[in-house]
Design a protein around this ligand. Structure first.
Ligand code: MCN
Ligand code: MOS
Length: 760
């Protein structure tokens, strides 16, 4: 499908990098023309549904499928008995065990794990038949959650520990101390578009229409499962209805659908039900952490001691790093931070917007508020007093850190100076008013990417990349970049994304895509422009040939010598050059990178670089200011105002960025006040596994949110000077709101979400 620019363009100055161009694919989405994975029309479809386990631990003894097989329309029932002939694949590439893979497991490791699947002529028939499947289990003892008395202390992850100075001794000697435990529950992505796919085989070629945050990485996993060359898998994902971390990897239901399609010789569509979305991919792990802060009487931090833990599954390790933000927020000479993972009977938890940094910020940013309260000090002043002049963990200087500006400009816009710092000091009748603040951060992650630019004879400029737009604005910023380089309006650009057969790209994850892919598109487009200039100045039929110029200007849709003399539109230039198409492909790997380097770069995480790989320590930063209104009698909390200031470097499109920040903040509101996966301790099931009972913020829960940019371009962070935007918005929101609730009520809630029963 061709992705066209919106019909309305706003200002022409919007169509360049840094402009406020409206969403490029917006028309297609609001008119329904955009096709999401499960809407893709495929002939002769069969429909699959999963049968989830109903016990949390044990094994499948037998599956009685007789009644299901006799049910109308049923084509196939799959059970752990089947010989799948598949091999284990990896999520991120790298070494994998040479072992068979059973997407339907005989071992049951969590409640909801798929143990059978039914494929039928229609979805309704498959659903009806699935209810007739009888599974006999041998149940084993289980550990339901982090709160289970049998959960234990878990396993220390050395590589996530940080330590310098002598934190325990400095804490013991500090005249002012705070110590507290903070907890966050399981949280879920609840993207509007649920998980699901259609898989179709043509001989040994597999096509998969599936929402994806990483077309190349997921295609590689499918190839690994079936022992195919990467090229044989074609994963198509032009539109995604939200991923938030849940759509970066190929999952068991994808394996079941692809296997069934091959076995039946028919395309198979398999959609997870909303409850199955809670177990198809893990949500954010529940965490707990203890923080001890030692300070002088005038509020100079002496020590931070941090001990954290998060849930993982019994078969995989996903650390939700409670110490991810702790070591880099403040200047401190003595720090010790440790993180443990505690295996329980859950699906392996996973990435959810701002993994690690998010619960980590809840800990350290609430603890700082507690310290400020104990000192009788303004929490803003406490933070400024302990401002980290460098990264004390890596010892490296910041590339850019405008957190001071974020704090002061955010405070100014919020009116923070009018705050009476005593708790319960502000009210409006029976409504207590509280003002709270907290900071947040997210690392700059970099990865190589590739892009292709095609200039057609009719003057249209095409940008082609396997990169993903799940709503962040990838289409828009790529169109702006190409429009700027060729000096054409955005409606002369087409963008093609979301396809594993297109040039390779960084994952739409870790807030790394924009910086990575823009670098590649900028490089390819600049190279294409240079090529055009060379041809225009040398080809015999080019009207620009005898100008004697050594370069040309692309502006206002025309190519000229610095705006003087003869000028041509792109179609005129292409015609004079006798060219129907000019195609240039470039990547951001070092020159001369081998094919193997390229394969690794696009299909694995091998070439991803963290925030301190180079000379500097690079991160996005933010400061949130929240106002809550708490009903004194009922304990209900309403967020009434929010001001957040960010340093994300240069903004490629402030309109998209503001939407990303607000989106992150809104998820943070949910985390602060509503979201909580409730585990039934008897059977390890997440009870509220649907969008009626798992509460996320609605419009009525979201007040006016003012967002402010204080960033400056950071050319260490990316080729065009931007830092990550997609995740930092959520980080620090929950502690800002919980700190506001403390200010309103005098009651400290250390366990999210802040619900009324915790206040009364
Ligand atoms: N941007 C910009 N200037 C910058 C950086 C980014 O204009 N300096 C804008 C661009 O519009 C870009 C967007 O912000 O498309 C996000 O860029 P970036 O921070 O690089 O993040 P990614 O493109 O890698 O997107 C992933 C990120 C993550 S990890 C999650 S989780 C998340 C998020 O984006 N999930 C989202 N934002 C989401 N937004 C929507 N609508 N849906 C999701 O599932
Ligand atoms: Mo985002 S949680 O890294 O997809």
């Amino acid at each position: 499908m061709t992705i066209m620019a919106p019909r309305k363009f706003g200002d022409s100055s919007d169509g360049v990098v840094g402009g406020r161009q409206t969403r490029f694919e917006g028309d297609l989405k609001v008119t329904g023309a955009a096709k999401y994975a499960l809407e893709h029309p495929v002939e002769n479809l069969a429909h699959g549904v999963l049968v989830p386990s109903t016990i949390p631990a044990g094994r499948v003894v037998s599956v009685d499928a007789q009644a299901a097989l006799a049910s109308p329309g049923v084509l196939l029932v799959l059970t752990p008995e089947d010989d799948f002939g598949m091999r284990v694949a990896t999520d991120w590439g790298g070494n994998r065990p040479d072992e068979p893979y059973y997407p339907l497991s005989r071992e049951v490791r969590y409640n909801g794990e798929p143990v059978a699947a039914v494929i039928a002529e229609s979805r309704e028939q498959a659903v009806a038949a699935a209810k007739l499947i009888r599974v006999t289990y041998e149940e084993a003892p289980h550990v339901a959650s982090l709160d289970d008395p049998n959960a234990g202390e878990g396993n220390l992850l050395e590589h996530l520990s940080a330590s310098w100075g002598d934190a325990e001794a400095a804490y013991a000697a500090a005249p002012v101390k705070v110590e507290a435990e903070y907890k966050t529950p399981r949280e879920y992505h609840v993207a509007m578009e649920p998980h699901g796919l259609t898989a179709k085989w043509d001989g040994d070629q597999l096509t998969v229409w599936e929402p994806s945050q990483w077309s190349h990485g997921m295609a590689r996993s499918y190839a690994e499962w079936f022992g195919l060359p990467f090229e044989n898998v074609h994963l198509i994902s032009p539109f995604i209805g939200g991923g938030f971390g849940s759509k970066g990897a190929a999952l068991a239901h994808g394996a079941v659908a692809a296997f069934a399609a091959r076995k039946l010789g028919r395309p198979v569509k398999l959609a997870l039900t909303r409850p199955q979305n809670f177990t198809g991919y893990g949500g954010r792990a529940a965490t707990r952490q203890t923080i001890k802060l030692g300070a002088t009487k005038d509020g100079v931090l002496q020590a931070i001691v941090h001990r954290g833990a998060s849930e993982t599954s019994t078969y995989g390790v996903w650390p939700e790093q409670t110490g991810a933000a702790t070591p880099i927020m403040y200047k401190v000479e003595n720090l010790s931070s440790e993180h443990r993972v505690v295996p329980v009977n859950t699906v392996t938890p996973g990435a959810l917007r701002g993994p690690g940094k998010n619960p980590s910020a809840f800990g350290i940013e609430t603890a700082m508020d507690e310290l400020a309260a104990q000192l009788g000090m303004d929490p803003l002043e406490l933070r400024l007093k302990n401002y980290a002049d460098r990264d004390y963990q890596s010892g490296k200087p910041w590339s850019t850190r405008r957190l001071r500006e974020a704090m002061t400009e955010g405070a100014e816009a919020f009116g923070w100076s009018k705050r009476n710092h005593a708790p319960r000091s502000m009210r409006d009748g029976r409504t207590l008013i509280g003002w709270g603040m907290a900071c947040g951060t997210f690392p700059v992650i970099q990865a190589p990417s590739e892009a292709m630019i095609r200039i057609l004879g009719n003057g249209r400029v095409e940008v082609v990349s396997g990169a993903i737009d799940m709503g962040q604005g990838t289409y828009t910023i790529l169109a702006q970049t190409a429009a700027e380089i060729f000096g054409v309006p955005v409606d002369q650009v087409e963008v093609h994304l979301g396809d594993s057969r297109m040039p390779g790209s960084a994952i739409a994850g870790g807030s790394m895509l924009a910086g990575s892919i823009l670098g590649a598109v900028h490089k390819a487009a600049s190279a294409a422009r240079d090529e055009l200039i060379g041809l225009a100045l040398s080809e015999p039929n080019s009207p620009l040939r005898d100008t004697g110029a050594n370069t040309l200007t692309f502006s206002g849709g025309r190519v000229s010598v610095g705006g003087e003399g003869p000028s041509l539109t792109l179609p005129e230039l292409m015609q004079s050059l006798g060219r129907d198409v000019l195609e240039i492909r470039r990547n951001t790997l070092p020159d001369g990178a081998s094919m193997e380097d390229q394969r690794q770069a696009w299909t694995t995480m091998a070439k991803v670089e963290g925030p301190t790989m180079g000379e500097y320590s690079m991160h996005s930063w933010c400061a949130h200011f929240a106002e809550v209104r708490v009903d004194e009698d009922f304990g209900t909390v309403r967020l009434s105002r929010m001001v957040s200031a960010f340093d994300c470097g240069r903004l490629y499109n402030p309109r998209m960025v503001e939407s990303q920040w607000r989106g992150g903040i809104i998820m943070g509101i949910g985390q602060a006040l509503l979201e909580e996966g409730l585990v039934d301790m008897r059977n390890g099931r997440t009870v509220n596994n649907n969008v009626a009972d798992y509460l996320v913020p609605t419009n009525a829960d979201v007040p006016d949110i003012q967002v402010i940019s204080v960033g400056v371009p950071d050319y260490n962070a990316s080729a065009l000077g931007g830092k990550g935007v997609g995740e930092v918005g959520i980080v620090g929101v929950a502690p800002a709101i919980a700190n506001a609730v403390f200010h309103a009520t005098g009651k400290r809630v250390r366990e999210l979400p802040v619900t009324l029963e915790k206040l009364i």
